[in-house]
Design a protein around this ligand. Sequence first.
Ligand SMILES: Cc1cc2nc3c(=O)[nH]c(=O)nc-3n(C[C@H](O)[C@H](O)[C@H](O)COP(=O)(O)OP(=O)(O)OC[C@H]3O[C@@H](n4cnc5c(N)ncnc54)[C@H](O)[C@@H]3O)c2cc1C
Length: 419
Amino acid sequence: MTSASIGIVGAGIAGLHLGLFLQQHGIAATLYSDRTPDQIRAGRLPNAPLVFGHTRARERALGVNHWDDPAHDVRSFYVRVGGERPLAFRGNLARPAICVDQRLYQARLLEDFAARGGRVVTGPIAAGDLGRLAGKHALVVVAAGRGSLAEIFPRVPEHSPYSAPQRRLVGAIFRGITPTDPLGAGVTVVPGHGEVIELPMVSFDGLRIVLGIEALPGGALEPLTHLRYEDDPRGFADLTLALLRQHAPDLHARIDPAAFAPTRPLDLLQGALTPVVRRAYARLDGGACVMAIGDVQALNDPLTGQGANTASHSAWTLGEAIRERPDGPFDEAFCRRAEGRLRDYADTVADYTNMMLQPPAPHRLDFMVAAARRQAIADEHVNNFDAPARNWAILATPEGTAAFLHRHGVVPAPALAAS
Ligand SMILES: Cc1cc2nc3c(=O)[nH]c(=O)nc-3n(C[C@H](O)[C@H](O)[C@H](O)COP(=O)(O)OP(=O)(O)OC[C@H]3O[C@@H](n4cnc5c(N)ncnc54)[C@H](O)[C@@H]3O)c2cc1C
């Protein structure tokens, strides 16, 4: 181990990947976790991240790919658009994705870190504690997710277009849904109302289906985001079923209504978040610089499935920057350079995700029609979930889409977009 010691606040995927990376490279790190592994396992479903090939490769490199099993591999991703002009396509993932219940994942990786000799301090860290931690560590990294610690990092307005949530969210593990064969994830777009996301997740009792409802405020899906499951479990399941019957009929067709229900009250989350990009470092009153990774630095709506993948990427990127100069100094010049590397990736993810929250412009509709007609386009689109800058380059402008379709020999018919 080198003499430098890195303090990491928060043991989600960002903090854990950074801690394990540093540990693997002989750099001492302390993880400050608000909860013990058992408390994490006993908690509420915090999220439902599908992670793609790059993140899985990092997990393998860290030796924490405990759930790798061909039976858990998500091999395809479907997109269905309902409404007046329905369309559908299914892309095949060249490198399968996986979704693991983060209560299992975080608890196990925290145990791995400790078992490999890492130091874990349990208990929540407040903003006022950061100065004390900065006195103990060569660098403090805040990886505490979407809580209040993020507020010490200034908001970046040019990548934070929203001042309110764009969707209200429900995520829950359900029984009574037959997975697709081959195992796939997918999204049903309900124009004007939001999206229904389906993810096969490895949870406590094996593979289950998580449904994520992304409800546009005021739309038909929104009532489910306000209905308290604990108050009326049967009513909650019945309303979900009724909404799926009407708005996601293909998914509804794989449901056994008699068995359909959330698995446990704790396997359900409801809420809303306002997407925001923040500066990746801040100066404390005492002069020390602290860095931000994961959701602290860039909080994205879950719609495009990028948050955990970006959090892992940010951990790796910062880990590499620390490894290049393990004895520091981790001063403002270091933090500014590291920030450039982090935001190079994260800003584009935020721009891409924020665009996808808006109703599609005509060129995006042209793209969807082309993907529904040509398998190679559908495949490239879903594989680019693991390279979001490519989807951004293709979808951000009419020119980008036209160039992409041209490469595939497709000339978009204007009538498609206009009809
Ligand atoms: C419904 C839903 C679906 C999602 N789907 C996807 C998806 O398909 N793909 C994808 O990539 N992403 C997805 N995401 C986003 C993804 O879950 C997050 O981006 C990711 O978990 C962020 O990781 P993180 O480590 O930064 O933060 P977190 O996972 O939030 O971890 C932070 C940890 O720090 C702890 N902590 C908080 N405050 C303190 C404190 N003061 N002191 C000490 N510890 C603290 C927390 O308890 C937590 O354990 C989804 C999110 C939601 C809500």
